[in-house]
Design a protein around this ligand. Structure first.
Ligand code: NAD
Length: 518
């Protein structure tokens, strides 16, 4: 394989020339501190969704390369876990500084490979950066517990130790934030890591890894192998990998959860969503409509916390026309163009699937209030664009309601009461997030108590929690019991050791005691 100089992949951004001779550049793996070109002859094109240009090619790494990555992580583990926590934190302090330095480059890469607007791409990087900042305080987060004198002269304490080699499997929709939900927390706890980025937009992961090495992360602590199902299955089966963080669809997530659990691994699996907003007639009209438009169509609806269904209660249904007008005014264009509100969806296949779900909605009786399917963006005629689309009179038996659409499509439903609206949401199989818009504290509190969703918003559309809380999920949106980041994230990447110690004066006379100590 071609081996580049340690620490720099020279695969920096889509716009910089690549040191690997090929054009388009091949995305390198990172194994044992070196960016290495995969030997695999099978590659997948990484395609700019606004232009269809091939940005790079991502290899389906070989089994040998996967094993080399795990073995590098295993080799790096003993030294890294014994590296002082203060040193590990300092690497994160430097890492967050470097992410800030390269924010624009990272965002441009995200826009080029994923399609979202540059401003939104900055947000993608920034929300991940906040997790890195949080990891800088790991010593406090990882503190154990101590009870003195549990019996005469005996103390018990517990410490949180790293697990060993952990792995992360990423989706396409947040190419910077989601890798940063995973490895900074894992490695600052003392683990080493194997990351499998999304094959659709792997560039940001590689750039972040370069920065982590520049920040001083020792070789082998973070490794990257590219690929799809085969690598994922190898991650699930490998005895040296102790824990897996997954974010993506339910099909992949439940497969990984069960296959890895069969091998005794711990798994945190964040999966699909169908996030509802309830609108009560007493809500602030302008603020509510603006929030719904932003959360329904931002990032072309490809956020796990996108609001994809609005349930209007009672007279609030009269606001529909205003919402349609505001959605119509949004600008659809390439993410690199100024003033773009929403960019393209990730792939031609995604576009076709979204079209199919809209069509099936119409065929089963929904009313198409706004149709963005035939949009043409001048200068970007071959982009995967879909304009804001709104289906009204949607019912729970429709395919467009049951399936996650993951596109710029908002569904309108109606309910006669708050109770009915809550019951619609609770009957949905997903439980990622739900919001209510109201000026009634009583209604908001009832909603907060009764709703079955991980993230709950009250007059807030996308409540993605900051890293001192955890990203949670209910029902089919999450499998596992320790969520991403926050306290739960630290608990996920550590195991508890409980120590009981006794220090007795050697002059103490002791007798054999055969009974259970009490
Ligand atoms: P995806 O499941 O297609 O891919 C995610 C990862 O799993 C990729 O790395 C892919 O290579 C791998 N993969 C895909 N299918 C697989 C299979 N059958 N076996 C083994 N590995 C497989 O997801 P995506 O399309 O990249 O991302 C969109 C999905 O992610 C949506 O469902 C969205 O709701 C979800 N998501 C959830 C959250 C959350 O926090 N709950 C956050 C972001 C995205």
């Amino acid at each position: 394989p071609q081996i580049s100089a340690p620490g720099r992949s020279h695969f920096s951004t889509a716009v910089e020339p690549s040191s690997s001779k090929s054009n388009p550049p091949r995305v390198p793996n990172l194994i044992g501190g070196r960016f290495v070109d995969s030997k695999s002859s099978t590659v997948i094109d990484v395609i700019n969704p606004a232009t269809q240009e091939v940005v790079s090619q991502v290899p389906l790494s070989t089994d040998e390369e996967f094993k080399a990555a795990v073995s590098a992580a295993k080799k790096a583990y003993p030294l890294w876990r014994n590296t002082p926590i203060t040193t590990r934190q300092r690497v994160m302090l430097k890492f967050q500084e470097l992410i800030r330095r390269d924010m624009d480059k990272l965002a441009l890469n995200v826009t080029t490979e994923q399609g979202k607007t540059l401003k939104d791409a900055q947000g993608d990087v920034f929300r991940g950066l906040e997790v890195v900042e949080h990891a800088c305080g790991m010593a406090t987060l990882q503190m154990g517990e101590y009870v003195s004198n549990v019996s005469h002269g005996i103390d018990t304490y517990s410490i949180r130790e790293p697990l060993g080699v952990c792995a992360g499997i990423c989706p396409f929709n947040f190419p910077a934030m989601i890798p940063l939900w995973m490895f900074p927390v894992a490695v600052t706890c003392g683990n080493t890591f194997v990351l499998k980025p999304s094959e659709k937009d792997p560039g940001a992961s590689v750039m972040l890894a370069e920065l982590a090495l520049e920040a001083g992360l020792p070789e082998g602590v973070l490794n990257i192998v590219h690929g799809t199902h085969d690598i994922v299955n190898s991650i699930c089966d490998d005895d040296d990998i102790k824990a897996i963080s997954f974010v993506g669809s339910n099909v992949a997530g439940m497969h990984i959860y069960s296959r890895a659990a069969a091998k005794g691994k711990r798994v945190q699996s964040n999966m699909g969503a169908k996030n509802h907003a309830i609108v009560l007639p007493d809500a602030n009209v302008d603020a509510t409509l603006n929030a719904l438009v932003a959360a329904g169509f931002g990032a072309a609806g490809q956020r796990c916390m996108a609001l994809s269904t609005v349930v209007f209660v009672g007279d609030a249904k009269s606001w529909k026309a205003k919402l349609v007008e505001r959605a119509k005014a949004l600008k659809v264009n390439a993410g690199t163009e100024p003033d773009t509100d929403l960019g393209p969806v990730i792939s031609k296949q995604a576009k076709e699937r979204i079209h199919r779900l809209v069509k099936s909605g119409v065929e089963s009786g929904a009313k198409l209030l706004l149709d963005g399917r035939n949009i043409v963006v001048p200068g970007y005629e071959s982009g995967n664009f879909i304009g804001p689309t709104i289906l009204s009179d949607v019912t729970t038996n429709m395919e467009c309601y049951k399936e996650e659409i993951f596109g710029p499509v908002l569904l309108f439903m109606e309910a006669d009461s708050l109770e009915e609206a809550i019951s619609i949401i609770n009957s949905n199989k997903y439980g990622n997030g739900a919001s209510i818009f109201t000026t009634s504290g009583v209604a908001a509190r009832k909603f907060q108590t009764e709703i079955e969703a991980g993230q709950v918003g009250i007059n807030v559309p996308i409540p993605v929690p900051l890293p001192f809380f955890s990203f949670t999920g209910n029902k089919a949106s999450f499998a596992g019991d320790l969520n991403f980041y926050g306290k739960a994230g630290v608990n996920f990447y550590t195991q508890i050791k409980t120590i009981t110690q006794q220090w007795k004066d050697s002059t103490d006379g002791s007798k054999i005691n055969m009974a259970m100590p009490t």
